[in-house]
Design a protein around this ligand. Structure first.
Ligand code: ADP
Ligand code: ZN
Length: 432
């Protein structure tokens, strides 16, 4: 049941001790980087003065913008010849951010991912199809090496090309898959359109879904469609990639591996720590990485602590599913809305298909929010009044969740655009 029992069920006091040791090493590493060396000097901080999480909280947060400003080497703590790989964020909006890994860093990350996979039951007897894109994006290689370390037969198929995905799923009787939740929904349709039943004609038993926000309703749908268990997997390239936090078999929030990171959740406005259950921004400090130490990184991801002990026995703290990114919230007529609220409502309605889109427009200086929803094709053959009643029902359920009345239009399956990578659900066409 455990990949590294001693570490996974380590009593809290011991875990805190281990964190201190690792934090100490991390601070010494950080002091070697141009960015933190300058910051420590400016604040008159010596590495010895930072021993605990409380000490660390005297330091400012590190932001994505800091990482950009630090391009290319200001966060590098080892000589370049010690670096064996780099990963970089998309960089579509300017300078990319780069994370460097030493051979040991990669080994630790691989182990971290193997721990997650083992926790949810992936074994060497499994056939593991990794449907995430390989390359600079960490979801591909990160998960790949973890699966190999477990000894699973690992298929590095990458993202997209659904026909080939389906062929591999069938031919190799794939039992475990790593897949974007939006793509899992879409792929199920394509499997059906080939006359196959994703539940009966495939052998999937474990799915790892992550890399984008998704609701509990979406997870349940994926589980029903494939007849498999779907586990939430959270990670970000600044903190390695996949493996940062993962659900255990109890599916009651994600364990965040505290022997790899120091975890804070803070109020995004004030930066003050959040109480248990209160939603705030996840802030992480790497404590088990040499080449690119990052202290108090503001992830922009929103979640809350779950403090009850987990029946699985693991002592690493749990966080809720990611509620969204502080920067993907949008405001309609003064009301703050997260895309995941819309998704939660839609995926809870059985008539709703697998794709939807939120379009924001401005008409006569007023925000208009339109939700375009694909519904199951057979419904278009039936009675028009029934369709109208469905539309009204969707509208009213959305209104009670988001407190704004959106326009709702029902469209046939396959009408809305799809993306190969992470789903983009919001099209904001407003000009202010
Ligand atoms: P990018 O920043 O370009 O999207 P990353 O691969 O680093 O590239 O993406 C990490 C981000 O993806 C996280 O910060 C988070 O917003 C999102 N993410 C990753 N896993 C999950 C998950 N399980 N649930 C919700 N969001 C997730
Ligand atoms: Zn657990």
């Amino acid at each position: 049941m455990y990949w590294e029992k001693d570490l996974e069920i380590m009593p809290r006091e011991e875990l805190v001790k281990l964190q201190r040791e690792r934090l100490h090493k991390t601070i010494l590493q950080a002091a070697k980087t141009p960015f933190y060396r300058k910051q420590f000097a400016k604040l008159h901080i010596t590495p010895e003065s930072i021993q605990t999480l409380e000490d660390l909280q005297n330091l400012p947060f590190t932001t994505k913008e800091d990482l950009r400003q630090g391009f290319p080497f200001k966060f590098l703590a080892v000589p370049l010849e010690e670096v064996v790989r780099l990963h970089s964020s998309s960089g579509t909006t300017g300078v990319p951010t780069v994370i460097y890994h030493s051979a040991e860093d990669l080994d630790r990350w691989t182990n971290q991912v193997a721990r997650c996979l083992y926790m949810v039951g992936v074994r060497k007897t499994d056939v593991f199809q990794n449907m995430m894109s390989y390359g600079l994006f960490t979801g591909g290689l990160g998960m790949h090496y973890g699966a190999e370390r477990l000894g699973a037969l690992t298929i590095p198929i990458g993202a997209g090309n659904s026909k080939r995905q389906i062929w591999f799923l069938q031919f190799f009787k794939t039992t475990a898959a790593h897949i974007l939740p939006s793509y899992a929904l879409l792929l199920a349709n394509l499997i059906k359109s080939e006359g196959l039943d994703p539940k009966k004609d495939l052998n999937l038993r474990i799915m790892l879904i992550g890399a984008e926000p998704h609701s509990e309703e979406t997870r349940q749908r994926i589980e029903e469609l494939y007849g498999a268990k779907a586990y939430n997997s959270y990670g970000l390239s600044e903190m390695n990639g996949p493996g940062v936090a993962f659900e255990c078999p109890y599916q009651n929030g994600m364990h965040l591996w505290e022997d790899y990171y120091l975890l804070e959740i803070v109020n995004p406005q004030t930066g003050e720590p959040c109480a248990s259950g209160e939603v705030g921004e996840i802030v992480l400090t790497t404590i088990y990485r040499d080449a690119t130490p990052i202290l108090r990184y503001r992830t922009r991801d929103l979640a809350s602590f779950i403090d009850e002990p987990c029946p699985c026995g693991r002592t690493h703290r749990r966080i809720s599913r990611i509620q969204g990114r502080s920067d993907d919230m949008f405001i309609v007529r003064g009301v703050n809305i997260f895309p995941i609220q819309v998704e939660k409502v839609l995926m809870g309605i059985p008539e709703v298909g697998t794709n939807y889109r939120i379009v924001l427009e401005r008409e006569d200086y007023r925000d208009v929010m339109r939700v375009e929803v694909e519904i199951k094709s057979e419904l278009f053959l039936g009675d028009l009044q029934k369709l109208e009643r469905l539309r009204e029902r969707i509208q009213s359920e959305l209104r009670s969740e988001i407190l704004v009345t959106p326009e709702v239009s029902l469209v046939e399956p396959g009408t809305l655009p799809t993306q190969e990578g992470k789903a983009q659900r919001v099209l904001d066409q407003r000009k202010f």
